[in-house]
Design a protein around this ligand. Sequence first.
Ligand code: ZN
Length: 265
Amino acid sequence: MTTATELYEFNTANWALDNSFMEQLTDPGESYTAVCPFYLVDHPEGTAVVDTGLSHDMLDDPASYGQHGAEFMEAFLPAIEYGPEMHPRAQLEDVGYSPEDIDYLVLTHLHSDHAGHIDTFPDAEIIVREEELRYAHWPVPVQEVFYLEGDFDMLRSGAYDVTPVRGEYDVFGDGSLVTFPTPGHTPGHQSVQVELPETGTVILGADIAHKESGYEREHLASFNYDLSQSIESLRALKARARREGAEVFVTHDNEHIEMMADGLR
Ligand SMILES: [Zn+2]
């Protein structure tokens, strides 16, 4: 643990997708390599991880993942690159943390590329929006492929400490790590604001947009739950970023992860 808040980003998988999938109707046929990261927030009072990336157990054997399997993920496998060194446990251990040391796990939403390694953090208090927990079990058809029971069913076991949240939530109680609702991509999607001593305010927009250019141009993903609500949340987040003088990072932009390669302080 440090004396001031620090923020790190780690990638669990590279997923090559058609660009128009990430940024609606833009450059169809061109491939874009999306990263599937998780973040570590080291705070004087404890540690938090934000999201958990894409499950390697699922990628190793989709058909046996969770109660009903995830065979439909097999079609995506040739486009996904990952390895044991990209597992959250391995990457945290590389920088001197054990997953058992993590106090809080903030989940922006429960899509498979964000919630794939929850079981690596059985001791963490899990902060997720109540609406997302409900929706994950019965999503709209276009989002069924993104919600894998193998990722999150264990949250119902009672062995996990789950805090379902509704509005804004101040994780450490000092404004340094605050989650706030940004529905649209999914009904229970939330973004995360981090206060850093040197960098200032950073907003982890999660899937508020899938790329920097999509964020700027407000070209979102076609498979979002509600596009007009997505735009509303995106504009509210932009207004918040202006007000706070915040730098915004979105999860899947492969340049954003580069910008955080040495961590932010
Ligand atoms: Zn998502």
